[in-house]
Write a protein that binds this ligand. Sequence first.
Ligand code: SAH
Ligand code: MG
Length: 947
Amino acid sequence: MGTEATPAAGINKPVLTPKALIHQKYGSRACYRIEEVQHAVGNVCPGLVIQQQVRSLYRCCLDLPDLSVTSDTFTRKKDAEQSAAQIAVEKLGIQAKANSSTPEEAWNELVARISGLFTDEFLSSSHPLVGHFRVALRKEGDLFGMIPMSVIAACDVKVNSLCRIIDPKAESDAHLVLLLISKAAKVSGSACIIDDKFWIWKGGPYSSEAIESSLHHSSDCLESVNIEAIRIPCALEEEVGTLSLLVSDTKYYMDEIAKKLNVNNSSEVLISKTVGKASSEIKLYFPTPDGLLSASDSSNDPLGIVGDVKMGPLLNKRASYLSGQNIYGDAILANVGYTWRSTELFCEDVSLSAYYRMLVSKLPDGSYKLSRDAILAAELPAVYTTRSNWKGSFPRDLLCLFCRQQRLLEPIFSVRNVNSLESSPGFKEINTSELTEVQYANEVLGGVLDRDLDTSSGFQCEVKIFSKRQEVLIEYSSGDTYRKESDAIQSSALKVLTWFKKYFKQLDMPMEELSSFGSTDNIKVHPIIFSQELAASSFVYDFKQMYVTRNCSSFGSLFKNQSNLILQNGMILLNVEGPDSGVYPSSGSLTCISYAASLVREEDTAKFFLESNDEFEFEIGTGAVINQIEACVTQMSVNQVAQFVVELPSRDMILAASGESANGLSQLSLRNCFLEFSVKVLCVTEPLEDRMEKALFNPPLSKQRVEFAVRHINESHAATLVDFGCGSGSLLDSLLEHTTSLEKIIGVDISHKSLTRAAKILHQKLTKNSVMQTCIRSTALYDGSITEFDSRLFGFDIGTCLEVIEHMEEDQACLFGDVALNLFCPRILIISTPNYEYNPILQRSASGTKEDDLEEKSGSCKFRNHDHKFEWTREQFEQWATNLAVRHDYSVQFSGVGGSGDVEPGFASQIAVFRRNPSHWLEKICLPDGDSSHPYELVWEWTNKPL
Ligand code: SAH
Ligand code: MG
């Protein structure tokens, strides 16, 4: 198996693969070329056209700037690449780029670094620390030239990384860094400190030129400004709120922060690493142990104070979780500091909403919502269909981001190339060597199958998540196979994220339950490590409140005076405005909406605007939006507008979404508040299958299927019809427009959404068209699975099942065949399904000229539609249908629509027409035996009252 580690800067991988090592050293300058080597194994019979056993082997050439190597041959490309990389690693003697220096060397470097900071030359550099020095040199009296040690730790990357080598605990302990700096300052001799205080200053005087130039250098142009910062109290019951910091060039901002933290002076302020975006200056400020315990006894071992015993209760859990460092006492989150870019002080507001966005971004689905700029509306989709249908950040990036946010190592994705035939009736599982033979035969015989479209090979991807200490937290592995490597990776990343999301809804789960909680999603959890690493989340998020769903009856009363449609999911659809344009979103379509979300209150009519989006596109059926939006949108057509009301999401989410108005909102009680959405459907892009059917066939394939059915209805003088899997009722609807012999038409489907839409469409047509061309007298829609028998639909003249079976698992499709012919026993049954062999033509035509486009539009899906569970070749379909007919005393004929049956590769849509044989028992008895069973639920019914 080719295991590829994703190299991440500055992090030691458990084991770096040769390729990762090469990448670390050469990056994109390393060029891999794969050569395919055909290799005959076993007895090759001379003169035989088809070789009995042929295997493709691969060799990899790796070109580096100063070396080229070629690997041995391998059955997998990945192995060849790793082997080539391994050879290069050996030849060049490359080693993992570890922190090469020992703690001792780092200590010496630290001493030298501290000395270097306190020199005349440093004062004229553009280092961010210089700003602090300048302010210090302007001070008078005792504090002249003295700077808080914490700014050295906060502003100098080098000092920080050296401290981490000297003592790894420095990573999360800002106080320890200060202790190391003061020790180094003592040794250096060029910087002065006072014991147990965190001031540091230059040992000797600066030259007057250095002072002059540095003071003149400053532009002193920053007027005093108030910036907004966030106060994160240590006590969890206290709310996070805003405070204002007065900042100017002349007044030291650290002094201002010290004042707000209630400590004596700026040397008693500790500074965290950058929080949030690395490019910002957003940091947490909090008291040193001295500042924290103002009446401290200043023991000889200040580190002991930070031990869990005394400081434990003072750990600021929210701030620590946010920064990944230990933060004690009340903390201030502010965006202020000197930068390399300019000599002036940089400062910016940190709003309350920005704070909540940081919190949300640490949720498994938070970064997705943020990347879509839709915190209240977007949901992390449950499935990854195609690259082009996925909106927002990609699952793999999201998972990497999540791990980084949770202070874990980058996830490791291992991709495996597997060969397996999808199980189909009559197909046994084929092992690898047999399979290669099949593929080869296809090529040699010039079969129409595009080899790339063959279902027989694919990729599986496993994911492992590690702690910073390189212990495994979870391992994901499943048998799911994808045609493209990148789809395997994205889908696995999504599965892991989805599982984390599920876990974050139950953060209080006992450790013992973790194993079984993971196993249902193919995830192996290592409970102890896992709980350790994710424990911090549980007290930061109010997870109980976060995902609470109140009973919707509580706001039923709120809108009782309106004629509302109460839908599932505890939502109330207030109204739908605008004429029905007939263009509506269906499963698999890309739908573009605009929406606005506001907070509404029971008591008054006040509305607080929260979030809006002018163009928000998502794929229907994947769970990419909160389910109420989808439920609403699937009831609407393009250009219609609707309002609905839902339960409030968590306070965190509301405040994160509210932007500028967060401050006002945080004061507000959210009790008796609801969320109101106003949604407009802007446009709908149909799924690829529908687009192809329309674009490539005239009339569109769906219409041709209807006409095919109409022909058989009239030829057989059918009076009763049942449409199995009627969907949104497109066939039933068209039948109303044709003159047929039908009197009664019934639709059955398992999708309530589709049935609702079908009911709407049929109802409109039947009530509007007073003069009808048809003699249809009754029609009804049933909710139920067509694999179950319902006696009300027994013995109809004609049954149709158009483009349905491929939406069911294969065994269910076969079950339906038996139930239909054995129990429903229609006189005629028409079943249509895609012809798999036709796909290359559809995909080629759909892609136009661009190769890339082909990959984009259809590349990751071997079937026409992502909801298809299988697509059969003509042989598979005919074999299944023939056996089925024989079993149940029917005859069967094959036909189709789109293309021609006489020309390869046959019809685009293949159709089987089953007819009850004259010998069939029903032809003689005419009555269903046994008693009636009515598992189907009647959804809608219409009967034409006789005049
Ligand atoms: N026949 C329609 C719809 C095809 S889409 C048309 O030609 O336009 C496939 C439909 O099959 C979907 O509406 C889906 O809900 C339905 N379906 C899938 N499995 C089903 C089952 N077990 N029972 C009933 N309907 C099912
Ligand atoms: Mg279909």
